[in-house]
Design a protein around this ligand. Sequence first.
Ligand SMILES: [Zn+2]
Length: 109
Amino acid sequence: MSESEFTIPQYMSASSSEDEEQAVQPKVVPTHKTWELKSAYESAEDAEAWINSQGIWTKGKCNDTNAGVKQYYRCNKEHARGKQCAAAVFLLYHADDFGVSAFCHWSGT
Ligand SMILES: [Zn+2]
C-alpha cells in the first residue's frame, strides 16, 4: 500500500512544458534582483563609454534616489525566440561626487 504512494506517475512530470509557457509570456522584470557592483568610474563619460563599448544595452528607466540618479539599461542582444533576457545594468550617478558606479545583473547564467 505505502509503496505505491511513493511511485510518481509519469504524467506528473509535466513541469517542462510549464517552463516553456512561462518563457513565452513577456514577464515584468522582478524587483528583487540581485545587483552586483561591476565597476566604478570617475566620470559619467567613462561609465557611458563602457556602456557603449558593450554594444548590447538599451537605455531604460531612470530613477532618482538619495544615492544619486540610477539609469537602467536592458540587454538588446538577439536571443532565441520568445526568450526573455534578464540581463540588465544600471549606472549610479553619485549624488555626492562625480563618480559613477556600474551595477550588473545576470539571471542564472
Ligand atoms: Zn541578453
